[in-house]
Ligand binder design. Structure first.
Ligand SMILES: [Fe+2]
Ligand SMILES: [Fe+2]
Length: 475
């Protein structure tokens, strides 16, 4: 079951050929997908041969296959993790029942909504990143961008498979709509706001893959716990792909910091103006980018109190991060959780029913995980001998969803006036000038092994290849 059949038009490990109607429906969707890739996928790259990995099976080490492929010929398909014998619904009111192999009628609308919302983010990020190939800092990075892009395309396939197989005509319509909405479009935007923001430069791309793909990880982890078994199995395999995306982000920011520190040492100053004259990105600018991406991304977890989140949990559709590793009763009735609330000019803790706070629980787990990587970035600065430290802003900073929407909070967590916000926001969030400066550094570097001046080389290439390996043949 874990090995993938590549002999069919749509590679899959779900015995697609045994379900003729489904196979036909997906083969009908396939050219529309490819058209979308032509129109909205990586700009000017259709003819490149790219050194990509393709799954050969769905076990964690099933990534053995690397080779040069033209991206439009990438074998997108349908890969589910193996079915676990005897798996149960592990939380909520149905806890202990056998995991569902079909959609329970009463949860159909909610499940469809969950799948469509997840599915919508996948092509959105490809659209957000489509111009980045024109300004890549190296061939190695260009290859990583393309790998992320083809896998986000594959994640769209994953959700479209579920829609087609389990949701009949509504599902097919939703699958078409996933190709029609576009990131940033005025009249038909993507569902979630972070996926309508621009990713205009490579620092933004690394921040996005570090922070926003990590949101993906947490959402997928919560859905991998689902009582609806096909969703769980799909998400479990998607998670193995997601790890590389976060690696691209973490190592990209890390290499940017490393290069900045090298130049700080060479010229003996941390003065941003001087560093900018030397063509690297000063650490305060990196902090302002971080503040933006962190705050926009934690909005994705939704309102801090949510009856939808309670319903999704109680119905067994969406669990917590590492649900089955937790030692409680997995029903959570009568349990409480501390969330923050604004009282006057203070943020105070307040106990609320845990079931209603599950968005906040997932956000807090996410924040813990994000901060760990920021610590690793700080190690690079520390090792170079500098005192500057990057920090995650307070979770109430720059929020647009939930309790903190519409109030002003500084990165260190003080409730402040509009006047204080306006006087300081240029120090807290990347400004037009910051973005224009970073944009001015973005030139295309594609000679094998060469790096743009603002970023250090990676310690090792992809699949243990050399850094100057020919990752892309431009033809
Ligand atoms: Fe994804
Ligand atoms: Fe991703």
């Amino acid at each position: 079951m874990s090995s993938i059949n590549y002999s069919e038009k749509i590679p899959n490990n779900v015995n697609l050929s045994e379900d003729r109607a489904l196979q036909r429906a997906l083969e009908h969707w396939q050219p529309n997908y490819l058209q979308w890739w032509q129109d909205m996928g990586p700009d000017g790259s259709q003819n490149f041969d790219v050194y990509l990995r393709t799954a050969i099976n769905t076990t964690p080490d099933g990534w053995a296959q690397f080779g040069h492929v033209k991206m439009p010929d990438y074998r997108w398909g349908i890969f589910l993790a193996a079915q676990e014998e005897g798996r149960q619904v592990n939380f909520g009111e149905h806890k202990g029942e056998a995991a569902w192999q079909d959609v329970p009628g009463e949860h159909r609308a909610n499940l469809r909504r969950i799948i469509v919302t997840q599915g919508d983010t996948e092509p959105a990020s490809v659209e957000q990143q489509r111009h980045l190939g024109l300004t890549c800092p190296s061939q190695y990075d260009l290859r990583n961008l393309f790998q992320v892009n083809v896998e986000e395309g594959r994640h769209l396939w994953a959700m479209v498979y579920l829609l087609h197989k389990y949701f009949g005509r509504d599902g097919r319509e939703e699958a078409e709509a996933l190709l029609q909405r576009n990131s940033g479009s005025e009249d038909n935007p993507r569902i979630l706001q972070a996926f309508n923001e621009e990713t205009p430069d490579w620092l933004a791309f690394y921040m996005f893959t570090y922070f926003t793909d990590r949101d993906g990880k947490f959402q997928l982890c919560a859905l991998a716990e689902s009582g609806f078994d096909p969703l769980s199995r799909t998400c479990r395999f998607m998670l193995t792909e997601e790890a590389h995306h976060m690696f691209v982000g973490e190592s990209g920011v890390s290499r940017t910091i490393q290069r900045t520190c090298e130049v700080m040492k060479q010229v003996g100053t941390d003065d941003p103006d001087v560093l900018r004259q030397h063509g690297v990105i000063d650490l305060p600018t990196i902090q302002r980018y971080l503040n933006f991406h962190f705050s926009v991304t934690i909005d994705l977890f939704g309102a801090d109190q949510s009856s939808n989140a309670a319903t999704f949990y109680a119905s067994g559709l969406k669990g917590r991060y590492e649900e089955t590793k937790r030692g409680d009763d997995h029903q959570l009735k009568g349990e409480h959780y501390k969330i923050l609330e604004v009282q006057g000019d203070k943020l105070v803790e307040k106990e609320v029913p845990l079931l209603n706070s599950l968005n906040e629980v997932l956000r807090d787990d996410y924040i813990k995980d994000s901060i760990a990587g920021i610590g690793r970035w700080n190690k690079v600065i520390e090792k170079a001998g500098f005192a500057f430290r990057l920090q995650a802003p307070h979770k109430a900073f720059n929020r647009h969803i939930g309790t903190f929407a519409g109030i002003r909070v500084s990165p260190d967590g003080r409730v402040i006036s509009e006047a204080e916000w306006q006087a300081n926001v240029r120090n807290w969030l990347a400004t037009e000038e910051d973005r224009a400066y970073v944009a001015s550094l973005m030139g295309r570097v594609v000679e094998p092994g060469k790096m743009a001046n603002w970023i250090a080389p990676p310690p090792i290439g992809i699949n243990r290849q050399a850094v100057d390996f020919e990752y892309i043949r431009f033809n």
